[in-house]
Design a protein around this ligand. Structure first.
Ligand SMILES: Nc1ncnc2c1ncn2[C@@H]1O[C@H](COP(=O)(O)OP(=O)(O)OP(=O)(O)O)[C@@H](O)[C@H]1O
Ligand SMILES: [Mg+2]
Length: 299
């Protein structure tokens, strides 16, 4: 079995008054894009600070590449590209100065990839760091995190401050990095972006992981779900009566919903022949549904 590149086992960091993270266990295989989904204050940043070795867990262990995230943090930091949820730049003047300084720290001598990232994000690095807009600061932090080409990326709400177009650019970059074999851990409170790029997503609520979802199953469900509206209630009743799909649900006089194995689509279409339809629409269960349900159960 492939060993986990990132592994948290029953990690607890209790700040008191129910704040912190409690008994968090997460296993991530190499090459995986792992989403960490939670509302404000749910414990995403606290988990990430434990991963980065900035916090020592009160209980449990955090292992990255088999090493202890806390004890071996100095060694591990060169293996991880990191974007913090909140950050302050060092006292340097421009974006260029910062990126050069950071490249030196990482031991980068070839700036080709850094230049490509700057171009990708359409970032003007000549701007004074203090005068950069929120989005520009975030892009600078992203360039710094990706340019080291490390095998692990840990990103705390990486799309904060990015406009929708830049968000797309970022998600494409994540897919590219995955294709290179990178392992990526990213937190977010936006289910759509997690649904778009992640293989697995854990849902954290009030400091506890309340569900882990195979995101690929959401993108490519085994069953398809359709909403059908007939021309008349009589037609709807006739259809339901005649074809007796086990999974038909009547949702209105003229409407019903049918869930079928994806490969049975042709059968359904055959059965619908001869009826006049007003609407035939494929519906999707989204990560949002899982998220809301998991949170409801976690209350
Ligand atoms: N150093 C600390 N001391 C005390 N409480 C803390 C500390 N750090 C975080 N907390 C509390 O722990 C909880 C989880 O915070 P955390 O920053 O991990 O949430 P988050 O999921 O990252 O939220 P957001 O989406 O707002 O970034 C919050 O209630 C927060 O107030
Ligand atoms: Mg946070």
């Amino acid at each position: 079995m492939m060993t986990n590149i990132i592994e948290l086992t029953s990690v607890t960091k209790d700040f008191g008054k129910g704040r912190g993270i409690f008994d968090v266990s997460i296993s991530i295989k190499p090459g995986m894009v792992y989403g960490y989904l939670g509302t404000n204050g749910s414990g995403k940043t606290t988990t990430i600070r434990n991963l980065m070795g900035f916090l020592k867990p009160q209980q449990g262990t955090v292992r990255i590449k088999g090493k202890d995230a806390w004890k071996d943090r100095t060694e591990l930091k060169y293996d991880i590209g990191y974007v913090a949820g909140q950050f302050e730049f060092p006292r340097l003047r421009t974006g260029t100065q910062f990126l050069r300084y950071y490249a030196k720290y990482l031991g980068i001598t070839d700036f080709t990839y850094m230049e490509r990232l700057i171009e990708l994000f359409k970032l003007d690095t000549s701007v004074n760091l203090k005068r950069m807009s929120k989005g520009m600061k975030q892009k600078t932090a992203l360039v710094a995190a990706f340019m080291g080409d490390q095998e692990i990326l840990i990103l705390d709400e990486p799309t904060t401050g990015l406009d929708p177009l830049m968000r797309e650019v970022f998600l494409k970059l994540v897919r590219e990095e995955k294709a290179k074999g990178k392992t990526i851990f990213m937190s977010s409170h936006i289910f759509q972006e997690i649904e778009e790029v992640c293989d697995v997503a854990a849902i954290i609520h009030k400091g506890r992981v309340v569900d882990t979802v195979d995101v690929d199953k959401i993108r490519n469900p085994e069953n398809k779900w359709f909403g059908i509206t007939f021309n008349t209630a009589w037609d709807r009743a006739d259809f339901v009566d005649r074809f007796r799909f086990d999974t038909v649900k009547i949702v209105g006089g003229r409407s019903c919903e049918v869930t079928i194995p994806a490969m049975d689509l042709m059968i359904l279409l055959q059965h619908l022949k001869g009826y006049l339809l007003c609407e035939f629409q494929e519906k999707h269960t989204t990560l949002e549904t899982y998220f809301k349900e998991a949170i409801r159960k976690g209350e």
